[in-house]
Design a protein around this ligand. Sequence first.
Ligand SMILES: [Zn+2]
Length: 129
Amino acid sequence: MKKCRECGLPIYGRSDKRFCDDGCRNAFHNRRAQGINRELQGTHRKLLRNFRLLQDYESSGINRVRLEELLRQGFDPESCTGLKTAKIRGKRRRSFWSKKTGGTGRYRLIYTLAFRVEKGVVLISSFGS
Ligand SMILES: [Zn+2]
């Protein structure tokens, strides 16, 4: 006997039915949609918080911040919108990643900012400028 995926009661009738009635089907799908939204909202919140934190420093001309200081404010170094590898030679490197923040290597993007963690210090640069 098949059971309703929402309430667990036995289902009668067509064998392809997964819910006992429309109420249970709606409840199931609503709950699932909310679950997905919650997850996305959490991710989005984290990204925004990271971005705002880094932007605060960057816009006031600070591009080296101790990781500890950022972590205290809720920074999550794992949350980013992309990864990029700076070129070792050539002019492009400087346009992506200014010399003063430390040159080459892999860094993380967070919307319009780029950052890299190095020896407990977060290097921040605006991206593409
Ligand atoms: Zn049901």
